[in-house]
Design a protein around this ligand. Structure first.
Ligand code: MN
Length: 267
């Protein structure tokens, strides 16, 4: 390793080791110019009215965040603190407004479920962020689907094993472009709806979340430092259900354009 490479690596490592800042703050990013063995594509999301792309660092998802959905999943919404899981960053599938995106039915499942969700994208992070400051971290919002291999999720849960295989897999996170809060405001109320083949399956209001987006950001920041590029799937309303190849899902959140996704068989 030559001197310049060593210096670059130490510099990058130093940034990573520097630790976080309390409260909602911008943070430095590591240098990207260190030599790597091979290139790994970066996951990015388009931003409406901008040529810039939103880089994704982590995908967090909250579980059971609408009371009626918590009940249908078998838990008591009054007693349960929020809980989160993650999807792999490269599970993102971009769905542009006006297009019908083909979504491949995944392997290993015979009960593949939709979950329509509001997605919040963070441009600031921090630790121990107060709920009153948390929306300052939110850059914008998108319509997302937390696609779920429900049979695998349930089977793993029944065996007290991690249900990651039911939630985090290739293409399991379809979502539309990000709409900056500067343009659309902070989405704290408004209808959220999913139709399959023209029939309404899920319909609720964002204000029915048990933990709103600000509270989710605050809660997450107490267990891990949040950073710019983190996105949060904010939970699905009741009446989740299955799709099969050929089905067309239309997801809509008031204030954002709808996304249309067609389930196609694996080839
Ligand atoms: Mn979900």
């Amino acid at each position: 390793m030559n001197t310049m490479n060593r210096r670059t690596m130490l510099k990058a490592a130093g940034v990573l080791a520097a630790g976080g800042v309390a409260g909602c703050a911008r943070s430095a990013s590591a240098d990207d110019d260190a030599h790597t063995l091979f290139a790994v594509p970066r996951t990015t999301i388009p931003i409406v009215d901008s040529d810039d792309l939103f880089p994704v660092r982590r995908i967090y998802c909250i579980g059971r965040n609408y009371a009626a959905h918590a009940i249908e999943m078998g838990s008591d919404p009054d007693r349960e603190p929020p809980f989160f899981f993650q999807k792999a960053t490269d599970a993102v599938q971009i769905v542009m407004p006006g297009e019908t995106a083909d979504h491949v039915y995944p392997p290993l499942t015979e009960n593949y479920h939709y979950e329509i969700e509001l997605v919040a994208a963070l441009h600031r992070g921090g630790r121990d962020i107060a709920p009153e400051e948390a929306l300052e971290c939110v850059f914008g919002y998108a319509v997302g689907l937390d696609m779920t291999r429900r049979d695998l999720q349930r089977a793993m849960g029944d065996e007290s094993k991690p249900w990651e295989i039911g939630k985090s897999f290739d293409h399991s996170a379809p979502l539309g472009p990000i709409h900056p809060a500067e343009l659309v405001g902070h989405l704290t109320e408004g209808s959220i709806r999913l139709q399959v083949n023209g029939e309404t399956k899920q319909e609720a209001n964002l204000e029915q979340m048990i933990w709103n987006v600000a509270e989710q950001v605050s809660n997450l920041s107490r267990s891990s430092e949040l950073r710019p590029g983190d996105i949060i799937y904010s939970g699905t309303p009741e009446n989740v259900g299955p799709v099969v190849p050929g089905d067309i899902m239309e997801g809509r959140i008031e204030g954002l354009p709808e996304i249309v996704v067609r389930v196609v068989p694996r080839t």
